[in-house]
Design a binder for this molecule. Structure first.
Ligand code: FES
Length: 67
């Protein structure tokens, strides 16, 4: 495994971001994050852009695969 950042698309869930990543808002303000964090992919989190687990309650389904 390299030191590169990685974004994993979890089946039926969030994007899992790992590595040395700085996430900023539209104005360039930096979000406080940990070494690994999850970003909402279902659009229903109350804590956007982060996942709050709501995808499980709504039975979000998406299992994309890289070609
Ligand atoms: S992906 Fe988890 S709340 Fe949207």
């Amino acid at each position: 495994m390299s030191d590169n950042a990685q974004i994993k698309v979890n089946d039926n869930g969030p994007y899992l971001v790992k590595g040395n990543v700085e996430m900023v808002d539209a104005e360039g303000n930096v979000f406080e994050t940990k070494k690994a964090f999850s970003l909402c992919r279902c659009g229903h989190s109350s804590n956007k852009p982060f996942c709050d687990g709501t995808h499980k309650k709504i039975d979000f389904e998406s299992e994309p695969r890289a070609e």
